[in-house]
Write a protein that binds this ligand. Structure first.
Ligand SMILES: [Zn+2]
Length: 324
């Protein structure tokens, strides 16, 4: 567990390392950025460095580093949602725990993952602790965006923005993990800057939803209504998150065909492993149709976010795409 494990965000990491080296770590930090880009890992490394008894912190060798990587360091608290939210009872338990002196280290670290899932009650209760910290505690809050956090919480934290990882950096990191360069290239394009998403895509069936989207796209050429009914009823039976994934993939495929209309070998194509299949679709999907199709998919995403019946929304989409 050390800084070398963090991919990308090098400026941010240098900033954090400087705070550690100079002993100027504020007592509350907020890490903001999309999922899967190293926010939690960075928070854990900061805890490791603050607790470490070695020279080069975190050394990875001392007792403290050992307990931290075994996930049982008594001075690190990790708070995460219980179900959908972080509840007030959880914040109260945390508060009573940090009221005592640290066990091993000279200070404690509290990581609050998905801090944007705190209820208003929880956030207000936490605020009191952030305002009048008892003992030597460093709080690291982690959130996808700052929008859902109370201004009063934001104003008490040093906000550190994490950015999606550059495609090249991500591909390189995958190759270093012995992924074939050609595969690493495709995955890095589809992972949208998230190492977490890249790892999920590499799992068996990781490209299942993308392949599903490709099948939908290929079948839209078919005027047979039965195909539309069957496909939409199968799609709508998926989890909502999976439906969103198929829609996102469908839009990326449309976007790729659009890019191919101006350059078939463009570096901007995401789904490079199915370029041949997409090439066959180009004749059917003119630039005009593609632009309309991308708009229709976006509309459907909005409808699903507004909780419209999934089957209805998907059916409407497929009919519209077919009739463009
Ligand atoms: Zn150590």
């Amino acid at each position: 567990m050390n800084w070398q494990n963090i991919i990308g965000n090098s400026q941010t990491i240098t900033h954090l390392q400087t705070l550690l080296a100079e002993g100027t770590m504020p007592h509350a930090l907020l890490f903001v950025g999309p999922e899967g880009i190293g926010k939690f890992l960075s928070a854990t490394i900061i805890a490791a460095a603050l607790f470490c008894e070695g020279e080069q912190k975190p050394c990875g060798k001392c007792k403290s580093c050992g307990q931290l990587s075994a996930k049982n360091h008594p001075d690190l608290f990790v708070l995460e949602p219980d179900g959908q939210t972080i509840k007030i009872e959880q914040v109260r338990t945390l508060q009573s725990n940090i009221a005592f002196a640290p066990y091993m280290a000279s200070q404690r670290v509290v990581i609050i993952d998905k801090a944007d899932c705190m209820t208003a009650q929880s956030a207000n209760s936490l605020l009191k602790t952030l305002e009048e910290p008892t003992g030597n505690v460093v709080f690291i809050l982690i959130a996808a965006s700052r929008q859902k956090l109370l201004d009063t919480i934001l104003s008490r934290c040093m906000v550190i923005d994490f950015q999606p990882i550059d495609r090249e950096v991500l591909a390189e990191a995958l190759v270093e993990r012995e992924i074939e360069p050609a595969v690493a290239n495709v995955i890095a394009r589809l992972a949208e800057g998230s190492f977490g998403k890249a790892l999920r895509l590499l799992e068996e069936n990781g490209l299942q939803m993308r392949n599903r989207a490709l099948r939908v796209l290929e079948q839209l050429v078919n005027p047979d209504m039965d195909v539309i009914w069957r496909e939409s009823s199968e799609l709508s039976e998926l989890d909502r998150t999976k439906i969103f994934e198929v829609l996102l993939d469908l839009n990326l495929l449309f976007r790729d065909i659009l890019v191919m209309h101006s350059d078939k070998n463009s570096k901007l194509i995401y789904n490079i492993d199915v370029v041949a299949e997409l090439g066959l679709e180009m004749e059917h999907w003119s630039v005009r149709r593609l632009l309309l199709a991308i708009g229709e998919v976006a509309n459907t995403e909005q409808m699903l976010k507004a909780n419209v019946n999934a089957k209805l929304a998907v059916e409407q989409l497929l009919i519209k795409l077919r009739d463009l």
